[in-house]
Design a protein around this ligand. Structure first.
Ligand SMILES: Cc1cc2nc3c(=O)[nH]c(=O)nc-3n(C[C@H](O)[C@H](O)[C@H](O)COP(=O)(O)OP(=O)(O)OC[C@H]3O[C@@H](n4cnc5c(N)ncnc54)[C@H](O)[C@@H]3O)c2cc1C
Length: 476
C-alpha cells in the first residue's frame, strides 16, 4: 500500500491534525543528533483516542510511527529513520501538582523545567535535572530514563515515575500502576516502558513523585593538580559518607575550553587544571556540617577552593561547567558525545585510558561528568571535512566503548541507544539478553510499528550529518 493511501486514511480520520507540508516534515525529521530522515506526515493528536487511531491505522497500513517530544535526543532516537509518521506530543502540557500527596500529574509534553518550577512554587522538588530541561519533555525523559547532575544523591527519572498512561503499539489504551507509592500487582510494565525509547508504547500521562524542596544549598569549586587527584578526592568524599547533590568532574581539556571561551582562568594562576564542582543541599544545619567536612577533605587535596551560599556567586562558580560543552567546538566542528558509566573503582582508569587514546589517535577528547554516579560525558572532537580525523575519532570511540565494558561499565547512562549506539549494544549485552528484549518488542509490537530501527538494528550513521541546522540548544 502506498504512503499516499495511508496518509489519506489518516487525514480522513484526523483532518487538520495531520501535516504533510515541507516545513512540518523537515522540523520533525531530526533530533539533537542532527541525523535526519523526512517523515511522510506529522500528526499532532488532540486526545488519547487520536493516538489510538494513529496506531491502529499504522498497523493496518504498516506505517512506522516515531513518537516525538522536544526532539532533543542526542542519539537519533527521535529521528524517523524509516520515514512514516511522526506523532508529536510536544504541546501536551497540562500539569497539576498535588501539594499534600507530593505528586505531579503531567501530560507527556510538559517540559522538565516547567514541572520543576511548578513543584518549587508549592514547596516541593523534582530532582531529575537533564541540561535539556527547557526543551526536553517528560515523555522524552521517561522514554530515555533521563538523568542529569543530581543522580548520585537523588537518582534518575525512573526513581520518580509512579504511574504511566498511554497506548500500546497496537492501539489499546493502558494504565501502568496508579498514583500510589506502593504497587505490586502483576508484571511491572511501567518500568519496562521507562527507558524503552518509544519502542513499546506511547506515553500520554505520568504521575511523578516529588520530594520536599531542600531549604539550603552550598556550592564549592575546587581545582586539582591532575585528574587522578580530583578523582581520588571523589572517592574520599563518598567514602566519608558525604552525599553531595552535585559532584561534577571536569578534566583539564574541558576546563581549558571554558577558559578559552571566557578569556580568563577559573582560578588565577592555575589555568587548565581539572576541577570538581560540588553542591550540597538539605536542611541548613546538615549542609553546614557537610560543608565543613568537605572543606577538610579539599584542604588536603585541592590546589584552590572557592565556596558560597550566595546564588549570584554560585552562578559564577558554575560558569566553567556551563561554558565547557559549547566551547569544545573550537576543537572540532563535530562531537561524538558519549555518556558512558563506570563504577567508582574504575573512574581513574577510565580517565587515564581516555587521555591515552586521545594521544594515540591524535584526537582531542574532553571529558566531564557526574562523578558521584560515574556517568561521564566523553566528547570526542574532530573536523568533519577531514576524513582521516573522522576515522581516528571513530577509532577512539570504538576503543572507548570496549574499555568501558572491560571496566565493568555501561555504554550509556542517560542518553540511551537510539541509532548512534546500536553498534555497541552487543558489547554490553549477550545474545540471550538481546533475544529477551527483542521478544518483548515482538510481543507488544508484532508489526514493528513503533520506532523501528532503534536500539537493535545497526545503522552505521554516526559519522554522517545529513543535516546542517542550528538547533535551539546549539551553543554557537
Ligand atoms: C543540550 C542538551 C543537553 C542534554 N542534557 C541531558 C542530560 O543532562 N541528561 C539526559 O539524560 N539527557 C540529556 N540530553 C538528551 C535529551 O534531552 C534527553 O534524552 C531527553 O529526555 C529527551 O526528551 P525529548 O522530549 O526531547 O525527547 P525526544 O528527543 O523527542 O525523544 C526521545 C525518545 O523518546 C521517545 N518519546 C518521546 N516522547 C515520548 C512519548 N510521549 N511516549 C513514548 N516515547 C516518547 C522518542 O520516540 C525517542 O525515542 C540533552 C540533550 C541536549 C540537546
Amino acid at each position: 500500500m502506498s504512503s499516499q493511501t495511508a496518509n489519506r486514511a489518516l487525514r480522513r480520520k484526523l483532518g487538520s491534525r495531520v501535516a504533510t507540508d515541507e516545513n512540518s516534515r523537515f522540523r520533525a525529521s531530526f533530533d539533537g543528533s542532527k541525523l535526519a530522515w523526512k517523515p511522510d506526515a506529522v500528526v499532532r493528536p488532540a486526545s488519547e483516542d487520536d493516538v489510538a487511531v494513529v496506531l491502529k491505522l499504522a498497523n493496518r497500513h504498516r506505517v512506522p510511527v516515531t513518537t516525538r517530544g522536544g526532539g532533543s535526543s542526542l542519539t537519533g532516537s527521535a529521528s524517523p529513520v524509516n520515514g512514516g509518521w511522526v506523532l508529536d506530543l510536544s504541546d501536551w502540557s497540562k500539569l497539576r501538582i498535588d501539594p499534600v500527596a507530593g505528586m505531579a500529574y503531567a501530560q507527556a509534553g510538559v517540559r522538565t523545567g516547567q514541572l520543576q518550577r511548578a513543584a518549587e512554587k508549592k514547596g516541593w522538588f523534582y530532582p531529575p535535572d537533564p541540561s535539556s530541561k527547557e526543551f526536553g519533555t517528560l515523555g522524552g525523559n521517561i522514554a530515555c530514563n533521563a538523568g542529569g547532575m543530581r543522580g548520585g544523591k537523588y537518582g534518575v527519572t525512573r526513581d520518580y515515575v509512579l504511574a504511566l498512561r498511554g497506548v500500546l503499539p497496537t492501539g489499546e489504551p493502558v494504565s501502568w500502576s496508579r498514583d500510589l507509592r506502593k504497587y505490586a500487582a502483576g508484571y511491572n510494565m511501567r518500568d519496562l516502558w521507562i527507558g524503552s525509547e518509544g519502542t513499546l508504547g506511547v506515553m500520554t500521562e505520568a504521575v511523578l513523585r516529588l520530594v520536599p524542596k531542600p531549604a539550603a544549598k552550598w556550592t564549592i569549586l575546587a581545582s586539582f593538580n591532575n585528574e587522578t587527584a580530583a578523582l581520588r578526592t571523589v572517592k574520599s568524599i563518598l567514602g566519608a559518607r558525604l552525599v553531595p547533590s552535585i559532584l561534577e568532574f571536569l578534566d583539564r581539556e574541558s576546563v581549558a575550553c571554558a577558559e578559552a571561551a571566557t578569556g580568563r582562568p577559573v582560578f588565577a594562576g592555575q589555568a587548565g587544571r581539572p576541577v570538581l564542582l560540588i553542591e550540597l543541599d538539605g536542611h541548613a544545619m546538615e549542609v553546614e556540617e557537610d560543608r565543613l567536612a568537605l572543606l577538610d577533605i579539599l584542604r588536603e587535596r585541592a590546589t584552590a577552593v572557592r565556596d558560597t551560599s550566595e546564588p549570584e556567586e554560585a552562578e559564577a562558580l558554575w560558569e566553567v561547567r556551563r561554558k565547557c560543552s559549547g566551547a569544545m567546538f573550537e576543537l572540532g566542528d563535530r562531537k561524538l558525545n558519549e555518556d558512558v558509566v563506570v563504577p567508582l573503582r574504575s573512574q581513574i582508569k577510565l580517565i587515564g585510558f581516555i587521555r591515552r587514546i586521545s594521544r594515540e589517535t591524535r584526537t582531542p577528547i574532553a571529558t566531564f561528568g557526574h562523578a558521584a554516579d560515574g556517568n561521564f560525558h566523553v566528547n570526542i572532537m574532530y573536523h568533519r571535512a577531514d576524513r582521516d580525523a573522522s576515522r581516528r575519532a571513530l577509532r577512539a570511540l570504538n576503543a572507548l566503548m570496549k574499555k568501558v565494558i572491560e571496566l565493568g561499565g555501561a555504554i550509556s547512562g542517560e542518553h540511551g541507544i537510539g541509532l548512534a549506539k546500536t553498534p555497541f549494544l552487543e558489547l554490553e549485552h549477550d545474545k540471550a539478553e538481546i533475544a529477551a528484549m527483542r521478544a518483548v518488542k515482538q510481543a507488544l509490537d508484532p508489526n514493528n510499528i513503533l520506532n523501528p530501527g532503534k536500539i537493535f538494528e545497526v545503522t552505521r550513521v554516526w559519522n554522517e550529518t545529513p543535516l546542517t541546522v542550528r538547533l535551539p540548544w546549539d551553543h554557537r
